[in-house]
Design a protein around this ligand. Sequence first.
Ligand code: G4P
Length: 524
Amino acid sequence: MNKQHQEVDSRRTFAIISHPDAGKTTITEQLLLFGGAIRQAGTVKAKKTGNFAKSDWMEIEKQRGISVTSSVMQFDYDDKRVNILDTPGHEDFSEDTYRTLMAVDSAVMVIDSAKGIEAQTKKLFQVCRMRGIPIFTFINKLDRDGREPLELLSELEEVLGIESYPMNWPIGMGKGLEGLYDVYNKRVELYRPAHYNSERFIPLNAEGDIPSDHPLQQNSVFPQALEDVELLVEAGNEFSKEKIAAGELTPVFFGSALTNFGVQTFLETFLQFAPKPSDHKTEEDQEISPYEEEFSGFIFKIQANMNPAHRDRIAFVRICSGTFERGMDVTLERTGKKFKLTNSTQFMADTRENVQEAVAGDIIGLYDTGNYQIGDTLYGGKLKVSYEKLPQFTPELFMKITAKNVMKQKSFHKGIQQLVQEGAIQLYKTYLTEEYIIGAVGQLQFEVFQHRMLNEYNTELIMTPMGSKIARWINPEDLDERMSSSRNILARDRFDQPLFLFENQFAMRWFADKYPDVELKSLL
Ligand code: G4P
């Protein structure tokens, strides 16, 4: 096996998806500690919190650290090189969050044991599902009283429609948490070994039990856990590597990130099943192998305004094949233009390092002065590939926009055009009146857009919130302008496709009943 082959095989690139507050930051931090990428708990957390002036995106960037330094985190564990891609939550939630999932090979879904599956988890899960990548589940906060583990598993199946397999099972919960019955590693992991005067790990015997004289046997939560596990073995899903690989079955782990319980077991078991980089599809339906010698990759995210004085941005490239080397020549597929990649950088949790060499699965950041767009393919040598277009996501929030100063129409249009192309925001025009409406999946997208229009295009905007709407596209041949009513807005997207923005579910159902032959379509 050559060096490139070995390097590719060691890569594990994934994202952690969750609803805010489920514990994603806490887990990420534990993983980075295990990997030696940070030395102190609190490093990632410190970046996440802090008050900020909402109007100033640069400040948001600086203080909350939704900066590139935490967008990609890399560390080595055992013989693996792990890349964790951040998927911001809260108000930071944006199309970028979805697009990041296009650049990973698997996802870890973190669920709060007291809350179960929440809205944001569900949306992010659906994007992972659409890609068919393996999804691993970590049910967190076992140190607090939560819902019944069996109930949580059924929720996974019912709400998300994915089969589950418990890799381990809680022994007690909240104040009564005693440990994990580790089905996969055939051992019990104690939460408080000192309390039992025991080792942390107790191997299971042939009957799947621990020695009869172990003091844990005296605690009623242990037989209860055994009973649950027996039930699951008999009536639950079978473990299947193939189904995990196809994203049809999610291995479920329990733990408590805050008390660092079960996280290392999760990491080690996860790394055995998480996939290495695989082939990537091109527009022409070709599959490019990660072992292919020539370099190629695609841009999935552009982070702007790192330095307002230079208007510079960072384009994030997911490498799909070849080896990236500093100073190498690449071609930007969209324009055919050649570049020398000298100014590139790769990011760690708390240090910014210039990358020397990277392979498929790795993420590199390229300094960009406006050359790149989201979805662009870069290739080296004669490979000449164009990777599949990134999907567009149905926006949920809308604003009407106009330029405050009518004299600034030219820069207004130029700014909108460029930012829309870059994927920062989606643009629509009302059908007859041609008013501009922008759409986003998260509020921060609007703020970033407004800030960038002012700073990069010198255009102050008047933005009128329209709140949340349900966007549905229709076939152009079905369009009849009389379908527009007070409960919907008829508009066209930037590809001239007609769509309705419905006020709410009720308005959409009313429309569907009235025009049963008109197909209403959503993006992802
Ligand atoms: P997020 O990135 O998914 O938004 O979640 P984050 O890790 O920030 O965790 C959200 C809150 O949940 C934090 O508390 C954190 O300490 C707590 N938490 C995370 N994992 C566990 C766990 O396993 N058990 C318990 N009991 N709590 C957990 P906070 O009060 O919001 O923040 P802080 O003031 O403690 O930092």
